[in-house]
Design a binder for this molecule. Structure first.
Ligand SMILES: NC(=O)C1=CN([C@@H]2O[C@H](COP(=O)(O)OP(=O)(O)OC[C@H]3O[C@@H](n4cnc5c(N)ncnc54)[C@H](O)[C@@H]3O)[C@@H](O)[C@H]2O)C=CC1
Ligand SMILES: O=C([O-])CC(=O)C(=O)O
Length: 329
C-alpha cells in the first residue's frame, strides 16, 4: 500500500445491505484497486455484536486493501475524519408501507448523523444516503451540516437507473452497455420518472427505437418505479445486493467520473435547474469528473416528461414541508 487509506463510514453495517456492501468496499470496488480503505462501522447498540461478526468475516477475507475496521455505536466516532459516508442504516419498508411513512422514524437518525459529519468529517467528505426515504433523509442530514458544502450530500437513485437500463436493454434485445444517457428524475419512490427520451441505444435515440408509447407509459415506467415493492413481495425483504451494488456504482462514478458520452443519475441538492426548487434533493442527469458532478444542462423536456418530473418533485416538496414541520430541516 502506498496511498494513505481512505476512511469509509458505513451506517447500518449489520443490516442486509451492509452485509452485501462491506466486502465489496473492502475488496477495492468502491474506490478502485489502488486505494486502501479503513472501515468505520456504525450500528445501534443492539446490533454492534452482529457488526463485530461481520468484521470477523472481513478479517478472514485478508483483503490487501483493508487497512482496519472500527466498530462503534457513537456517530461522532464513526464520522470523525471520514472521507466517504455511506448512510445505509434506517428502518426498512415492510409489505404495504410506502417510503413516506418512514419519514418521521428516520428523521431521528439522520439529524444526529448530519451533526456528527459537520463536527468531525474530513474536509473532502462525500455522503451517499441509501436509507429510505433517501432523498429527504439526505436533506435532513445536509441541513444539520452547515459547514459542509451542500453538494456533498447525495441520495441514491442509481439502483433505479440500473433497473431502467436493464428493462430497456431487455425490451430492445441489446446489452446493458449499449444503453447510454438514461435519466432518473425526482424522488427515489414510486413517483420517480425514468426518462428514455434522451437515452441512446447504440447511438440511436432510445424512445424512437422503442417506438411504443404504451409500453413506455404502462410497463417500463411502473416496472422501474415499483421494482422495490416487487422485490419485497418476492423476497419478503427489500433489495439488498442490488442496492449495495448501486451504492458502489454511485460512489465509484462520483469519484472516478462518468464515461465520455454518457451520464448517470444522482439525487443531489437542486440548483433550480429544470424548474426543480432549489435545495430539495432530487435526482438529475449528471456527469462526473475530478470528483465533482455537474447537472446535464439544456435537455429539451417534452410535455409527457414535464408532467412526470413535476409530480415527483411535488412529492419531494411535500416531504420537505413535512420534515420542516417536524423541525428536522
Ligand atoms: N435508495 C435505495 O435505492 C434503496 C434504499 N434502501 C433502504 O436502505 C435501508 C437499509 O436497508 P437494509 O439494509 O435492507 O435494512 P436492515 O434492517 O437489514 O438494516 C438496517 C440496519 O440499520 C441499523 N440502524 C438502525 N438505526 C441506525 C442508526 N441510528 N445508526 C446506525 N445503524 C442503524 C439497524 O440496526 C440495521 O442493522 C432501508 O431504509 C431501505 O429501505 C433499500 C434498497 C434500495
Ligand atoms: O423499496 C424499498 O423499500 C427498497 C428500495 O428502496 C428499493 O428497492 O428501491
Amino acid at each position: 500500500m502506498t496511498k494513505a487509506p481512505v476512511n469509509v463510514t458505513v451506517t447500518g453495517a449489520a443490516g442486509q445491505i451492509g452485509y452485501a456492501l462491506l466486502f465489496r468496499v473492502a475488496s477495492g470496488q468502491l474506490l478502485g484497486p489502488d486505494t486502501p480503505v479503513r472501515l468505520r462501522l456504525l450500528e445501534i447498540p443492539q446490533a454492534v455484536k452482529a457488526a463485530e461478526g461481520t468484521a470477523m468475516e472481513l478479517d478472514d477475507c485478508a483483503f490487501p486493501l483493508l487497512a482496519g475496521i472500527d466498530i462503534t455505536d457513537d456517530a461522532n466516532k464513526a464520522f470523525a475524519g471520514t472521507n466517504i459516508g455511506l448512510l445505509v442504516g434506517a428502518r426498512p419498508r415492510g409489505p404495504g408501507m410506502e417510503r413516506g411513512d418512514l419519514l418521521e422514524a428516520n428523521g431521528g437518525i439522520f439529524k444526529p448523523q448530519g451533526e456528527a459529519i459537520n463536527a468531525g468529517a474530513a474536509e473532502d467528505v462525500r455522503v451517499l444516503v441509501v436509507g429510505n426515504p433517501a432523498n429527504t433523509n439526505a436533506l435532513i442530514a445536509q441541513a444539520h451540516a452547515p459547514d459542509v458544502p451542500a453538494s456533498r450530500f447525495t441520495a441514491m437513485t442509481r439502483l433505479d437507473h440500473n433497473r431502467a437500463q436493464t428493462q430497456l436493454a431487455q425490451k430492445l434485445g441489446v446489452g446493458v452497455s449499449d444503453i447510454k444517457k438514461l435519466t432518473i428524475w425526482g424522488n427515489h419512490s414510486a413517483t420517480q420518472y425514468p426518462d428514455i427520451f434522451h437515452a441512446e441505444v447504440n447511438g440511436k435515440n432510445a424512445a424512437e427505437s422503442v417506438n411504443d408509447q404504451q409500453w413506455l407509459a404502462d410497463q417500463f415506467i411502473p416496472t422501474v418505479a415499483k421494482r422495490g415493492a416487487a422485490i419485497i413481495e418476492a423476497r419478503g425483504a427489500s433489495s439488498a445486493a442490488s442496492a449495495a451494488n448501486a451504492a458502489i456504482d454511485h460512489v465509484y462514478t462520483w469519484v472516478n467520473g462518468t464515461a465520455d458520452g454518457d451520464w448517470t443519475s444522482m439525487g443531489i441538492p437542486s440548483d433550480g435547474s429544470y424548474g426543480v426548487p432549489e435545495g430539495i434533493i432530487s435526482s438529475f442527469p449528471v456527469t462526473c469528473s475530478g470528483g465533482e458532478y455537474q447537472i446535464v444542462q439544456g435537455l429539451e423536456i417534452n410535455d409527457f416528461s414535464r408532467q412526470r418530473i413535476d409530480a415527483s418533485v411535488a412529492e419531494l416538496v411535500e416531504e420537505r414541508d413535512t420534515v420542516r414541520k417536524l423541525d428536522l430541516v
